[in-house]
Design a protein around this ligand. Sequence first.
Ligand SMILES: Cc1ncc(COP(=O)(O)O)c(C=O)c1O
Length: 416
Amino acid sequence: MKPRNPNLQTMHLETRGMKLPDRLEYFRLSMEEMRHTYKRTVLTAADREVIVEDPFTGLHRYMLMFASNNYLGLANHPHVTKRVKDAMNEFGNGIGGPPLLNGYIRLIEELEERLAAFKGHEAAIIFSSGFMANLGLISALAEAGDTVLYDELSHASFHDGLKLSKARAIPFAHNDIKQLEELAERQSLETEGTMYVCMEGVYSMNGDIAPLNEITEICKATEAVLMIDDAHGTGVLGEGGRGTAFHLNCEKAIDINMGTFSKVFATCGGFVTASIALIEYLRYYARPYMFSASVPPPVAATVLGGLEVMENEPWLRTQLLANVEYAAKKLKPFGFYSMPQAGIITLALPPNMDIRKGAYLFHEKGIFLNPVEYPAVPANRQRFRISMMATHTKEDIDRLATAVEEVWNDSQAYSF
Ligand SMILES: Cc1ncc(COP(=O)(O)O)c(C=O)c1O
């Protein structure tokens, strides 16, 4: 069977019941047919400009990077690099065990203390990724008899965490405060255990932010525990980059904050901050923490170094926000999917544009950005996603805007 106009969803459905070798062959043919821009090999650091091995020509070429969440340019900041080298000299490359056994080195403890203070909470716990933090957090806390109300656009890791939890989980429409209020009022009467309200600070696929002030009021009135995933707000919003809740002056009303090291810190790992009691509970009930190795010393040093840079070089965040403002002005005529409110800018697809064709055209023009295509989002809500960095120049943003204009024009005529 030859795949026609495949995507990951149809591929999955069409290969159900096949023998594995047949399914893998179907998958291989589909990926060939898709001519996608995923998994491009990057040969240099995640800077504003990178060298890429072009999957279509095999040649090495320079591209402007608008797909990295290295918001402040910490990925190759000299202070962070030095911090990492020093940590490796002192603590070595890895730990070789979970934190509860042999993996709780002083550097990790120090980082947890720093993260807790940074987020205004008593304590913090570090996971091996943001994905694992969400998975562990919600599956450990939300028990049978509990209710979880969550924004429908929550990250895949949160959805997967819910699948592992025995709580009743009810989504509300994205940022729909009225619906959340009604749900919370009703569910608070029907919930025997704890009610949790969960959302992101900055939405990764939209770039908009949650109306946390109203949400905190709803949680107070209904005695719900408020949990935010601030993966994209951390380092970007609020004084000192302390996140979306600080930006909106409601940090004291946040019960649980989740974050990741994979965005502004440009490494990997995730964390949760909350009360001492809650964090200590997670250490023994969050399975991805208990049964998985601790992040290695270079990662802990990367984040510690990153926090120091954020404190000592506040102009990086100012520059990032200025770049977002400038890019938003230049890109406005092309139509946002959502108004940009942090480091992410999303562009709605022009009518009839084939998103893969558009992504290929951007690639050809030397612009590295991310298509967000079905089934990651519904077919009528596909978009392009741009991640801004403090290190982008005005000229980079001008080039981006020119490329968008050309792609918008070309895509109507171009035959893929
Ligand atoms: C909102 C949000 N939460 C969680 C994650 C998972 O983080 P990590 O990359 O550290 O696994 C991401 C990353 O894409 C994210 O955007």
